[in-house]
Design a protein around this ligand. Structure first.
Ligand code: PRP
Ligand code: XAN
Ligand code: MG
Length: 167
């Protein structure tokens, strides 16, 4: 069990920003497939990879979409990652022509486990921290290791006090 608190900084991502960044990822991945037919399938790492995977699959017109479920974090505390649901191995095989999508790579432990399942797959994340970068083939934005990324599905709009009158 690794206690990851405290993170010095927060990087807050809105739905708009996520949509833009996931589309940028799709743009970078187009034409990078193993042959002219493009990518055979997308595998989303649940749960955080599902929204970016949907956007990438839409942009690249990939209809074959599956999931792999890896459980490791409970809030900001990490334990050993475990695969609790595998994709259809008849479809993904050794991963050739398959795009694996996640929202971010942090320590890289989740992707280490996923790569063992599909060693020839191309792994892409929207965001990356330095420790996990070697595990990723393609990503869009890097943030520092001491930054916690807050995703739109974990946030809600709320009232904030005006600066004046705070103390
Ligand atoms: O590189 P790592 O240090 O392994 O961390 C990255 C993983 O952690 C988060 O998932 P989480 O396990 O919190 O599950 P979730 O996607 O269901 O929120 C995130 O979505 C990545 O999948
Ligand atoms: O929402 C999240 N933000 C992060 O920075 C992070 N790192 C691992 N898992 C994470 N989940
Ligand atoms: Mg995840």
């Amino acid at each position: 069990m690794t206690d990851r608190l405290p993170h010095e900084k927060g990087f807050h991502v809105s739905w708009d920003q996520l949509h833009r960044d996931a589309r940028a990822l799709a743009w970078r991945l187009q034409g990078e497939g193993p042959d002219e037919g493009g990518w055979r399938a997308v595998v989303a790492i649940t749960r955080g990879g599902m929204a970016p995977a949907m956007i990438v699959a839409r942009e690249l017109d990939i209809r074959m979409v599956d999931t792999i479920s890896v459980k490791s974090y409970n809030h900001q505390t990490q334990s050993e990652p475990k695969v609790i649901k595998s994709p259809d191995m008849d479809v993904v095989g050794d991963g050739t022509g398959v795009l694996i999508i996640d929202d971010l790579v942090d320590t890289g432990k989740t992707l280490e486990v996923v790569r063992k399942h599909m060693p020839k797959a191309h792994i892409a994340t929207v965001y990356a921290k330095p420790m996990g970068r070697p595990q990723v083939n393609t990503f869009i934005t890097e943030v520092s290791q001491d930054t916690w990324i807050f995703f739109p599905w974990d946030m809600a709009l709320q009232y904030v006090e005006p600066y004046r009158g705070k103390d």
